[in-house]
Write a protein that binds this ligand. Structure first.
Ligand code: HEC
Length: 87
């Protein structure tokens, strides 16, 4: 009886985590580069203007700030594409 309850709790938790995990993933992947830039690059300093650096400089800066901002590669690529397009 006790094992059955524990198993049900585990199954419910598994699906809850599965759906929660997927909704968070969708939320991240559906955001545009401009949105991600506006939300993340202002957390520690003023968001630098896209025109402040060249395309090559943005690529290097993004690798540096990716670590600081704890972003994944999809997010960073979107931000870099936005910065290159807007500069
Ligand atoms: C967790 C804090 C934090 C976040 C988030 C952050 N930065 Fe920074 N940024 C810093 C710090 C600190 C520096 C000063 C240089 C250093 O010590 O790394 C810096 C420096 C910079 C510089 C100066 C050039 C350089 O590479 O040092 C630029 C440009 C920059 N950030 C752009 C960005 C962009 C674009 C984002 C968004 C993807 C971002 N930052 C997100 C902390 C952050």
């Amino acid at each position: 009886m006790k094992t059955k309850i524990i198993n049900s709790v585990l199954v419910v938790s598994f699906f809850a985590l599965l759906f929660y995990g997927c909704s968070t993933y969708k939320e991240i992947t559906s955001k545009s580069g401009a949105q991600l830039w506006g939300e993340n690059c202002v957390r520690c300093h003023n968001a630098p203007s896209p025109s402040a650096f060249s395309d090559t400089e943005w690529e290097t800066i993004a690798q540096h700030m990716r670590v600081r901002a704890n972003l994944n590669s999809t997010q960073v690529n979107k931000i870099v594409d936005f910065l290159k397009m807007a500069n």
